[in-house]
Design a protein around this ligand. Structure first.
Ligand SMILES: Cc1cc2nc3c(=O)[nH]c(=O)nc-3n(C[C@H](O)[C@H](O)[C@H](O)COP(=O)(O)OP(=O)(O)OC[C@H]3O[C@@H](n4cnc5c(N)ncnc54)[C@H](O)[C@@H]3O)c2cc1C
Length: 458
């Protein structure tokens, strides 16, 4: 590792995990001088995150030259199962670019960090950013503190890749224009020796999101032959499961249709961890001398498991913008992030709202599973080339399926239509606003105005 003596860099990156480490790697390879500041020790586990990396995330890692390192950590997830009670959509991710992986954060984060350290990048662990240096309106550096000293570092641009409680975002007063609180709390752990029931089609997957009643279970084959098993439920109930022991959590898993048989024949190898309170938001991502990337600027409900993927997508875009160096390029990074994220943001919030497992969605799952063409569109949505809902279902699909159900005397799907219309309305409104901001920028306006979105729901 380079001796941390320098006080100047082209870019200072605060935070050294999925977003910060991959950005440091990318910018260093582009020829920029980078200093990384990370408050935790290097090569440590992430305190609170599961770790499905969707195909788009792997594609972005490949673009940065990091894909093979991550492939070495964990086997490919070839079958992704999404279940609402007994209705299942199974996505075949075994082909070509649809590479999905799920290495634990205890191996993923260190692998990314190691790649950067090997390049000789100046990385300062156990060092915390405590303040910003400013010249007029512009941020020109950071004040940092470690066990021995406090000192200042200067750079052309300071990037906050310091997670959802970002110090940089607070110090620059980055405004949030959507905010919402979580409904689900989540607890998870790792299990060894898991035996899958032989020839049971219910277990024909590598990763499974199973909504069951008002709860959700996450079942993922991860690295080292371990199994990640997690449960999400209304946040007030979750805190009791891990209060005194793991008994409540194991009981929940034991009751799961899919997790029950698995947990009965496995050994839990780590104390369960959980999260009950979270705020989701989208914040202004750039300003004079600063930028935010990853959770620091955009934290969405983790239920669909796309935070890492979104962070990697935005790292590639921010890296190009920093290399280009113009104000327009930086604004473009922000506006494009918003357009790319807004539908997913609202859909993730809906998935984590406790009402996702409803009769309309179960009906949709049932019909989609029978339609290879629509499943293909769903894969496109997993790649985030298309938007959830709006682009997955052809215009005719939902009305036609509803009609068929009504003729059969099944009126239940109608009861959830209010939620669906409300979700569609929010996505359409916010996309219109954000696309206009992007178009205005492309026409030459350098406005950094905060977009007025449909909701600030906290
Ligand atoms: C319960 C849960 C489950 C999830 N599951 C998934 C999943 O399956 N798939 C997925 O893609 N995403 C998932 N996510 C989301 C994912 O964890 C995040 O999107 C991702 O970790 C964001 O990475 P990041 O690098 O932006 O931030 P972080 O991983 O939070 O890293 C920020 C780093 O900044 C450092 N830092 C903070 N403040 C300072 C400071 N002042 N000075 C110096 N350093 C500082 C921290 O120590 C930390 O190392 C989940 C999240 C949660 C909460």
């Amino acid at each position: 590792m380079q001796q941390p003596s320098s006080k100047h860099a082209d870019v200072i990156i605060v935070g050294f995990r999925c977003a910060g480490a991959s950005l440091a790697y990318s910018l260093h390879n582009a020829g920029l001088k980078v200093i990384v500041v990370e408050s935790a020790a290097l090569y440590t586990d992430h305190p609170l995150s599961t770790h499905v990396i969707l195909p788009l995330g792997m594609q972005k890692l490949d673009e940065m030259g990091l894909g093979d390192r991550i492939r070495d950590l964990a086997p490919r997830q070839t079958r992704l199962s999404n279940r609402l009670d007994d209705e299942e959509i199974q996505l075949d991710l075994s082909k070509g670019e649809l590479d999905c992986r799920a290495p634990r954060r205890s191996v993923l984060d260190p692998a990314l960090q190691e790649a950067v350290v090997e390049q000789g990048v100046d990385v300062r662990e156990k060092t915390k950013v405590t303040g910003l240096l400013r010249q007029d309106e512009r941020v020109v550096g950071v004040r940092v503190k470690n066990a021995n000293e406090s000192y200042e570092l200067r750079a052309d641009i300071i990037v906050g890749a310091d997670g959802r409680h970002s110090t940089v975002a607070k110090l620059v007063d980055a405004q949030a224009y959507i905010e919402a609180d979580n409904y689900f709390g989540t607890v998870w752990s790792y299990f060894s020796g898991t035996c899958f029931p032989q020839d049971d089609p219910k277990y024909n997957w590598d990763t499974c999101f199973h909504f069951h009643g008002e709860k959700v279970q996450l079942l993922v084959k991860t690295d080292s032959d371990l199994m990640l098993l997690g449960v999400g439920a209304k946040k007030d109930s979750v805190s009791h499961w891990v209060k005194d022991s793991a008994a409540g959590f194991l009981e929940q898993l034991g009751q799961g249709v899919l997790s029950g048989p698995l947990v009965a024949n496995s050994k839990m190898v780590r104390k369960p961890v959980g999260i009950t309170a979270m705020t989701f938001f989208m914040k202004k991502a750039v300003g004079p001398g600063w930028a935010l990337v990853g959770d620091a600027g955009l934290t969405a409900d983790p239920t669909p498991g796309d935070g890492i993927t979104n962070a990697l997508r935005d790292v590639v875009a921010l890296s190009s913008a920093i290399v280009e160096g113009s104000e327009q390029a930086m604004l473009y990074y922000w506006r494009k992030r918003d357009v790319d994220s807004i539908a997913l943001f609202h859909a993730a919030e809906y998935m984590g709202s406790g009402s996702f497992n409803n009769a309309f969605n179960r009906m949709t799952y049932r019909y989609v599973e029978k339609s290879p063409a629509i499943k293909q569109r769903m894969i496109e949505a997993v790649m985030t080339r298309t938007r959830p809902y709006a682009d997955i279902l052809p215009m005719w699909a939902a009305p036609y399926w509803l009609l068929r159900e009504l003729i059969k005397g099944n009126f239940a799907p109608l009861t959830a239509m209010g939620d669906i219309f409300s979700l569609g309305g929010k996505i359409m409104h916010d996309e219109r606003v954000l696309k206009k901001a992007l178009r205005d920028l492309e026409r030459g306006s350098l406005s950094a105005d905060i977009p007025q979105l449909s909701s600030k729901e906290k």
